[in-house]
Design a protein around this ligand. Structure first.
Ligand SMILES: Cc1cc2nc3c(=O)[nH]c(=O)nc-3n(C[C@H](O)[C@H](O)[C@H](O)COP(=O)(O)O)c2cc1C
Length: 160
């Protein structure tokens, strides 16, 4: 049984962590892609993104169907948006109804809300075992430290 890293990233921070983990641990990786386009810049980005979280939107995923039976362990990554996880991750959870998986969580944020985000993610994933969680503050600003931290966390998590 193997491991999958599945994530959404809007500005590349969560992607940076996801790719570091997948590369160092030599595991599969899938970036969630959505039909929903958020404004790329400025206030509107926060407004539409935040609104989308608050309204519980589940944008349609553009990814090919994912065969989760192949994976025992799933590492889920998301940016923190409005103290929660992102709508594409909500779509993933809703579409795949994970059960009896070993799950670990990672998130990028700008300074607050990661605990709440993790708590909400766990609440929405009952019936699974949680291996751990880790948050990064805008990791692309400190790529070396962040990738070391991510690699060491992932190897601890996957050692069990
Ligand atoms: C719509 C929106 C809401 C956000 N809400 C939060 C928040 O509640 N707390 C926080 O620390 N950062 C917040 N951020 C900042 C992002 O979590 C942060 O920049 C993160 O590193 C972005 O990850 P990404 O580059 O993978 O998209 C928000 C960003 C956006 C676009």
């Amino acid at each position: 049984m193997s491991t999958l890293v599945v994530y959404f990233s809007f500005d590349g921070n969560t992607r940076f962590i996801a790719e570091t983990i997948a590369k160092t641990m030599n595991v599969d990786i899938i970036e969630l892609k959505t039909s929903k386009q958020y404004p790329a810049e400025g206030f509107l980005k926060f407004f539409w993104g935040g609104k989308s979280v608050i309204f519980g939107e589940k944008p349609k995923l553009l990814n090919d169907p994912i065969d989760l039976n192949r994976y025992e362990t799933i590492l889920i990554g998301t940016p923190v948006w409005a103290g929660s996880y992102t709508p594409p991750v909500k779509s993933f959870i809703s579409q795949y109804k994970l059960q009896r998986k070993r799950i670990a969580l990672f998130a990028s944020h700008a300074g607050g809300g990661a605990e709440k985000c993790f708590a909400k993610l766990k609440e929405s994933l009952p019936g699974n075992e949680f291996l751990g969680e880790i948050a990064f503050v805008n990791p692309r600003k400190n790529p070396e430290d962040s990738s070391k931290k991510a690699a060491s966390w992932a190897s601890d998590i996957l050692a069990f």
